[in-house]
Design a protein around this ligand. Structure first.
Ligand code: SAM
Length: 181
C-alpha cells in the first residue's frame, strides 16, 4: 500500500532471526530497536516530525499534515474490543498525535486512511467507511467485526487484507467447536 521503501518495522522481538518469507522477499526495513530510539536507525528520525496515529488524539489528521510530518507511526497491536488504549504506550513518549475519527480501525485500515488523507488529499469526512460490518460465512453463520473499514467503491464491501476473511471464518468455526466440546 505505501511501497516497501516507505515502510519500517520497529521493535521486532529479540528472538526473531528472520521475517516471514513473504515479508523478507520484499526487503522491508526492520529493526529490533524500539521506535523511541529510532534515530539510531534513521538519523533523520526527528520525534517532533513523527505523527502518532492515535484514536485519543485531540486533533484530526488533515491533508495539510503532509507538510508537518516526515513519518507516521502506527501501533502494531491487535484491536481489543472495547479498546484498551494500548496506543497510550507510544503516546507517553511525546510523539505529536492525530486521530482518524474516534472509532477504532484495524491497523491496515488506519494506514489506508492516512494515505488517502495525505497522498490523495482527501478529508476524513469525505471517505466512505463501513462501521462494524457483518461478515456472512453461510446462510446461517456470520460475525460482526467491531472496527471501521474503508468501503471498496467497486464491490461495496469493506476492504480487508487478502486472506483475512478466511482467517476470521476459520476462527469463528474454532470457537463454535470449543462451545460444543
Ligand atoms: C487496531 S488499532 C489497536 C488500538 C488499541 N486497541 C488501543 O486501544 O489503542 C492499531 C493501531 O491503528 C491505529 N488506529 C486505529 N484506529 C485509529 C483511529 N481511529 N485514529 C487513529 N489511529 C488509529 C493506531 O495507531 C493504533 O495503535
Amino acid at each position: 500500500m505505501v511501497g516497501e521503501n516507505n515502510f519500517y518495522l520497529s521493535g521486532v522481538p529479540e528472538d526473531v532471526k528472520n521475517l516471514p518469507e513473504s515479508l523478507e522477499s520484499k526487503q522491508l526495513k526492520w529493526s529490533k530497536t524500539d521506535v523511541t530510539n529510532f534515530e539510531k536507525v534513521i538519523p533523520t528520525f526527528d520525534k517532533s516530525r513523527v505523527c502518532l496515529l492515535d484514536p485519543a488524539a485531540s486533533e484530526e489528521l488533515s491533508p495539510e499534515d503532509s507538510e508537518n510530518f516526515d513519518f507516521f507511526l502506527f501501533g502494531g497491536i491487535l484491536g481489543d474490543h472495547p479498546p484498551r488504549d494500548r496506543t497510550g504506550e507510544l503516546r507517553k513518549h511525546g510523539f505529536p498525535g492525530r486521530h482518524l475519527g474516534k472509532i477504532q480501525m484495524t491497523t491496515d485500515t488506519a494506514v489506508r486512511v492516512t494515505q488517502k488523507v495525505l497522498a490523495d488529499q482527501q478529508r476524513i469526512e469525505d471517505i466512505d467507511f463501513i462501521d462494524f460490518p457483518e461478515l456472512k460465512f453461510s446462510k446461517n453463520e456470520s460475525t460482526e467485526m467491531p472496527f471501521r473499514y474503508v468501503r471498496d467503491s467497486q464491490t461495496g464491501e469493506p476492504i480487508m487484507p487478502e486472506g483475512m476473511f478466511d482467517l476470521i471464518k476459520e476462527d469463528s468455526n474454532k470457537s463454535l467447536d470449543d462451545l460444543i466440546l
